[in-house]
Design a protein around this ligand. Structure first.
Ligand code: SF4
Length: 404
């Protein structure tokens, strides 16, 4: 069929107005608005800085190691349980090194108890989310890296209100530690026996609120702490997925970090015409440049890149687009990439509706037939909300209603 005769649904916002710049283009915010900084926490510091800070507090440097052990390994922030620290001054030391960063505002549980979505309040009232999911053989946490997001994607609840601020490295890491506490307390369902002592988050995906590479320095510090076997959480870098909507210079920087994390590119469209509208940052870094940067990541690290592709009915799910995606990926070689189509959570009547099962199958078939490994990604927490950031939007609506 002539591609021009295939139905094409155009992206547009629904129920909110996209913020525009002086030239009428969707506004992109890279700089974090100035707000009061969160308290400095052990996880914001390098191991050497932790020792220096403990000394500043008038204690011997080895106390830093003890605090690291309690926080990262024993998942405790409670001074009462830190009996290896001298009683005198213990509460002050813990308050100085492990200040409270996240206050749980709301928790929603679904999928028979093995998915938990948390809504956290930060010290300045900003709200962020994380989602904890048990799968066979692994426990994954989807973390936020920014409060809000400045990328202004028209389909995304998080992008509606712009960027509130960057999260600190410790605020990012603390989502993992708090999730580990919840696991240890036996609050994540789906385990047959009651022994949770050895269980913890095994995989991290940076797919919560925010564009991780727009908060590059702090995200990298958080990742280093996650993988640090001696002074951090000791997780496997391979189990950590850093995603982006396509900040090409930052992808190239990540390539040079020597951190073998999994890299995911949220592409959603292979043609600039559509991608310019779906992902406003595409205006700056086009599909080809972003794919070149992703290929560069594979070449340097040997880690296969994931291409995330939300399948949206009559918008980006056309067979010719699957072919175009295959062309663009194969033009950069074979075996370097894996495509994860994600059926959008259906909201009947919206322009952002899920592809039909037949369209999903056809899209996947075309890519697989062209030799590109493609698997539909399982989406969790569907009962909880539609898109990332939904819970925050609901909470803010409720706050507005209360203060009105
Ligand atoms: S889809 Fe991702 S990058 Fe786009 S506005 Fe939402 S959180 Fe930001």
């Amino acid at each position: 069929m002539d591609p021009s005769r295939i139905r094409q649904v155009k992206p547009r916002t629904e129920g909110w107005n996209q913020r525009k710049d002086a030239e009428g283009r969707p506004l992109l915010q890279f700089a974090s608005p100035k707000r009061g900084k969160p308290p400095v926490h052990l996880a914001d510091l390098t191991p050497e800085e932790r020792v220096a800070k403990v000394k500043e507090l008038g204690l011997p440097g080895f106390r830093a190691k003890q605090l690291e052990k309690h926080y990262f390994e024993h998942r405790t922030r409670d001074p009462e349980r830190m009996t290896d620290l001298p009683k005198e001054g213990r509460a002050e030391l813990v308050a100085g090194m492990l200040p409270d960063l996240l206050t749980e505002v709301r928790r929603l549980t679904t999928d028979g108890g093995d998915t938990i979505k948390f809504l956290w309040k930060l010290h300045d009232g900003a709200l962020v989310e994380s989602v904890l999911m048990r799968y066979p053989g692994r426990i994954t946490l989807c973390v936020s890296s920014q409060a809000g997001c400045g990328m202004n994607c028209p389909f995304c609840a998080t992008g509606q209100n712009g960027l509130t601020r960057n999260m600190s490295a410790a605020e990012i890491v603390d989502q993992v530690v708090r999730a580990n506490e919840v696991i240890e307390a036996g609050e994540l369902g789906g385990k047959r026996d009651d022994d949770h002592s050895a269980e913890r988050v095994s995989n991290i995906v940076f797919m919560g609120m925010g564009e991780p590479l727009a908060n590059y320095k702090r995200v990298m510090q958080a990742v280093r702490t996650m993988v640090d076997k001696k002074n951090g959480l000791g997780m496997s870098a391979r189990g950590i997925t850093v995603s982006t909507v396509g900040l090409a210079p930052a992808i190239r920087k990540l390539t040079d970090e020597d951190l073998p994390v999994t890299f995911a590119l949220s592409l959603h469209a292979p043609d600039d015409e559509l991608r310019d509208e779906m992902i406003p940052v595409n205006d700056r870094w086009k599909v080809d440049e972003v794919l070149d940067a992703a290929r560069g990541y594979y070449e340097k690290t040997g880690r296969r890149v994931s291409i995330e592709y939300a399948l949206i009915k009559d918008m980006n799910d056309h067979p010719w687009r699957a072919d175009m995606l295959a062309d663009k990926l194969l033009a950069r070689g074979k075996g370097w990439v894996h495509v994860n189509p994600i059926p959008l959570n259906p909201t009947p009547g919206s322009v952002w509706d899920a592809s039909t099962p037949a369209a999903q199958r056809e899209f996947v078939r075309i890519l697989n037939d062209r030799g590109i490994p493609t698997t539909i990604r399982d989406t969790r927490g569907k009962e909880i909300d539609g898109a990332c950031g939904q819970l925050v939007v609901t909470e803010e609506d409720e706050r507005a209603a209360v203060s009105a």
